[in-house]
Design a protein around this ligand. Sequence first.
Ligand SMILES: Cc1ncc(COP(=O)(O)O)c(C=O)c1O
Length: 392
Amino acid sequence: MQKQRIYLDNGASTQLDRQVLQVMLPFWTETYGNSSSHHSFGRQAEQALEEARTTVAKLLGAAASEEIVFTGCGSESDNLAVRGAMWAARAHGKGNHLITSCIEHSAVGQTAVSLHTHHGFDLTILPVDHSGQVRPADLEAAIRPDTVLVSIMAANNEIGTLQPIDELGAIAHAYGALFHTDAVQAVAVQRWQLAQQPIDLLSVAPHKFYGPKGMGMLYVRQGVELQPELTGGSHENGLRAGTVNVPFAVGAAKALELAMADLPETVAHYQRLRDRLIEGVLTAVPDNAILTGHPTHRLPHNASFAFRHLSGNDLLMHLDMAGIAASSGSACKSGDPKPSAVLEALGLGREWTKGGLRLTVGRHNTMDEIEQVVATLPRLVAKLQKIHVMFA
Ligand SMILES: Cc1ncc(COP(=O)(O)O)c(C=O)c1O
């Protein structure tokens, strides 16, 4: 009999919702025209594309459907926002300074460093407090008349901390800077009223909420100028050349619609599972485990820990052998034996920073599964820590 597997890596990606699959299918086999073509096949595809755009815009509370740009992934949305804003400002002689935080996903963090190192943009990287939040006073102190863009993620992918983005965005606006937020982890677990929020650019990746992988979206407030990354045709309002992936756009809109329709129930389900995980693990491993990230201002589906004197990657391997899928940080970092830069940024010492574990619950997880994890995980931690003591 096949062993039951438990998937607790929904922060890395989620199972495609069957309702999403159903709405996508006809756009490969029946309505397959190019949405830019001037014939009935093209017009049908274009209509579906624009309906998807309108749905997303409404669900995010944007002022107009043209504010939604379809991209190829969350990373591309981040790149388009950050690079696009900085290059557009330089083209118009409007400033050279970029501010971000030290715990951004690499799609923002590496992009910012590359703009600084290779292209001479000034860069300020803000610290975070021990819970992973950027202090608004630090932003206030760092912002300058030539600051073009402030890019601070809505929620951290590793430790789940939510940032005070409305407060940070208001500071950016008070100084005439644009505000971008990478909302890849957060977009489907809270409500948005983008037209009323101090946010100019917001990145989305539908595979984090039961939509297709290889699709991203970027909200671009009307009037915000970006230089495109992909040049060629005038698709996506001139911001992203290339034939638009209509099936994925339709799927992304459906996924967001489903997420928003069940939001209170889903969040309550996530919180119940997450809180039991946190309580169960901290009770069973009282001295050698800590909860990382903010205790309350955190993603409802994220339970993240650091274990003392333990390699998160070894723990992942043992969990995998026990049928439990987790992550030691963002998916892209799994397998990397270096200490977690996010855990270091929280001020944790070296005895903790290699021992990060992220458990992210999803719609399909049950309390029974969580109880199995709570029963299994402490045993594995104890075993690995015993090995560490033997070889220390
Ligand atoms: C916060 C955050 N930003 C950006 C990304 C990149 O998204 P994608 O994998 O769709 O490029 C991720 C993916 O894990 C993420 O968690």
